[in-house]
Every structure is written in C-alpha cells, then in structure tokens.
Design a protein around this ligand. Structure first.
Ligand SMILES: NC(=O)c1ccc[n+]([C@@H]2O[C@H](COP(=O)([O-])OP(=O)(O)OC[C@H]3O[C@@H](n4cnc5c(N)ncnc54)[C@H](OP(=O)(O)O)[C@@H]3O)[C@@H](O)[C@H]2O)c1
Length: 347
C-alpha cells in the first residue's frame, strides 16, 4: 500500500531473456510505489511522468542476452523495459529541465521514471502538433527516415525509390519525403489495408502486398521496369535479395533495419550480394542516435509540412501499460497499422 506521500507506479518488466519470436507473456506488468520527488541531494536528476511510450523493433534485440558488442545493450530481466517516450517533468535538479517541461527521449516503461543524468532527453518546444508525434515522425523514427533518405541516399528529382515495411513508423515518412523530393515511390507492406493506406493516404505511386507475391523479383520488375535508384531497407531476407537483382547501376541502399531476421536464431543470409560489385551499388548502414545533431533540420522540414497537410502521419495507439507487451510483440506479426504507441497518460 502506498504511503501518504507515495504513489503507485505500474511497470512493464522483462521476465527473462527471449529466443525466437517474443510473446507478451515474456513480460509482466507489476505495481511498485515511489515518491513523486527527486531525492534530496541527487544531482542532474529528473522525475518524469510518462505520457506516451514508443514500441520499436530494435527493442527485440534488447530482449536477448547480447554476448558481443552491439549498438544497444540487453534489458535486465526483472527490471522495467526502457526506450523512447514522451514525458512531463514533475521535479528536477537538472539545470536543463524544470517542472512542467515536456520532453522526449529515453525513459522507463512505467508510469513515473526517476532518471539521473538522462542519456537523451530533448525538450519539446512545439506543442501545436500531437504530443505523441514525438515518439514517431518528430522523434527517433523521424530522424531515421530523414537521415536514411536525405543524408545516406542523396535523392535526385525523378529517381525511383522503393521502401519496404512502408506503412510503419519510418516507412510512411520515407515515402512522403521521397514524393516531396519529386521521386517515383513504391512501397511494400503486409496487408490490403496497409497497401490502401500507402496509395490513398501517403501518396505512394504504387504499393503491393509482399505476402501475396510468390515471386518478389517479378513483382519489383513490374513496378520498376528500368530498375531502382534508391532502396530504403527495413526488412532484409528475401526482399533484399530480390531488390539487389533490380537495382540500377550506382544505386544506393539505406540499410535501416532487417525486421524479418530479428527473431531467427540463424539469419537467412543474402545470396545476391555480388550485384553490389557489378552495379557499383552503395549500401550504407546508419543509426538514428548518431544523428541527433540533425534534429533541427528534421523539424524545419517536417513541422511546416504537417501543419500545411503536406505530410500526414498514422499512429496505432493502445491505451494503458497493460497493453504494452502485446503491442510491442505485435510489431513482429505486422499487427500495427502505422506507428505503434502506448498511451500511459494524456498529461
Ligand atoms: N537504423 C536505425 O536507426 C533505425 C531506427 C528505427 C527503426 N529502424 C528499423 O526500421 C525498420 C522499421 O521500423 P519501424 O519502427 O518503422 O517499424 P514499423 O514498420 O512501424 O513496424 C514493423 C513492421 O515490420 C513489418 N514486418 C514485421 N515482420 C516482418 C517480416 N518478417 N518481413 C517483412 N516485414 C515484417 C510489419 O509490417 P507489414 O505488415 O508490412 O509486414 C510491421 O508492422 C525496422 O527494421 C527497424 O529495426 C532502424
């Protein structure tokens, strides 16, 4: 029972390390108590009330016991998950944040988080857009789309662009950035509903359901008879192999992620890599968190476009931490339609 100056704090805990496909039963929701005050004497510490939490595919890697250096570390079984979120500052001894500030960055999968020396916490200055957008188009997935498309691929007007997992948090923005840059854009996704979204809401020129294409090479030839200049890679596996066969000379591939491989104990491997040599293709990996210095550029491009209706963003919201485990796991079966967000509190 919470004392008079304590509140209850629901948390999503990882029960154990995961192999293969994650299940919502790999996590549990527990209730702890905490004081809504930064403890006396704590320096550079913020107490956050979490509003929106972001479900991201990279979190699957953190559910495994990682035994070699990777760009993330493993979650700790028995402790709350952590990741990107939007939060309100309730108390602070950090010089950069004060009570009432809104911020996005790393936080815990819980109602309230006490964070000493935050690793990444960016103050939200623009509140005339939905706050949840800072888990998506105005947060980490937004930077990912911007950096992968504009910085890694240097698109030119009239070029042909292919995006996989195109209706998701990153893909839907990549497609719209490509249209704004004057490119021809095709996306793939895993259901008719998602394919309709790509064509009717996000303005992709064409889209197809990869689950209904027995021959991905033939599907890509249908949409790109002259080849692909830019591939924004989100899925890996058979799709990457088919794309390599359809790339143009000096094509560029932004290696953003390979979600089809995240739950396999043995990765499938890539069979058509020799295409990279013959066609002088440039494949470049990148990580959003190396590029936060470019955040002002994302805001400059995307904020006015959102307000003018030139860029739209679709979110898939679940309400309450109890639903967070199933929402996270759902990314790996394509359950989410748009950016998957968990609403913890609406301010
Ligand atoms: N490099 C970076 O810094 C960075 C940052 C953010 C994200 N990423 C990567 O970007 C990719 C997209 O992330 P997101 O946040 O935008 O996720 P998302 O697309 O919103 O959600 C994941 C989607 O992936 C698709 N998917 C799941 N399993 C699949 C499979 N076996 N084969 C093909 N598609 C599958 C599903 O859509 P369908 O219904 O279409 O199958 C699912 O809805 C991921 O690979 C992620 O790891 C990288």
């Amino acid at each position: 029972m919470a004392g008079s100056d304590e509140v209850s704090n629901k948390q999503v805990i990882l029960k154990h390390y995961v192999t293969g496909f994650p299940k919502d039963s790999d996590m549990s929701v527990v209730t702890k108590t905490m004081k809504l005050k930064v403890p006396e004497g704590s320096k550079d510490t913020v107490l956050l009330k979490n509003l929106y939490l972001s479900c991201d595919p990279y979190m699957r890697g953190r559910m495994s016991k990682l035994d070699r250096p990777y760009f993330v570390t493993s979650f700790e079984p028995g402790s709350p998950l952590n990741g990107y979120g939007v939060a309100k500052v309730l108390d602070s001894t950090h010089p950069n944040y004060k009570k009432g500030d809104l911020a996005w960055g790393y936080t815990g999968w819980e109602e309230y988080s006490l964070i000493a020396s935050p690793l990444l916490l960016i103050k939200i200055e623009h509140t005339d857009v939905p706050l949840s957008y800072y888990t998506g188009i105005l947060g980490m997935p937004g930077i990912t789309a911007y950096v992968g498309f504009h910085e890694v691929c240097s698109p030119k007007k009239g070029e042909s662009v292919f995006v996989s997992a195109a209706s998701g948090a990153v893909g839907q923005l990549v497609g719209q950035l490509a249209k704004l840059a004057g490119c021809y854009v095709v996306g793939s996704a895993g259901s008719k509903e998602k394919v309709d979204l790509l064509k009717k809401k996000f303005g992709f020129d064409e889209a197809f359901n990869y689950k209904e294409e027995p021959d991905l090479d033939a599907a890509l030839k249908r949409y790109f008879p002259e080849g692909i200049d830019i591939y924004f890679e989100n899925v890996g596996g058979k799709m990457l192999d088919a794309v390599l066969l359809n790339m143009k000379l000096r094509g560029r591939i932004a290696m953003c992620g390979m979600i089809s491989q995240y739950n396999l104990e043995q990765p499938e491997g890539v069979h058509n890599l020799m295409q990279v040599v013959g066609k002088r293709i440039r494949m470049e990996g990148f990580i959003a968190s190396d590029n936060y210095d470019l955040y002002p550029k994302l805001l400059e491009l995307v904020l006015p476009a959102i307000k003018q209706g030139k860029i739209v963003y679709v979110e898939d919201m679940v309400e309450g931490l109890e639903k967070a485990p199933a929402a996270l796991v759902g990314l790996f079966t394509g359950q989410n339609v748009g950016k998957q967000v968990v609403v913890v509190a609406r301010e």
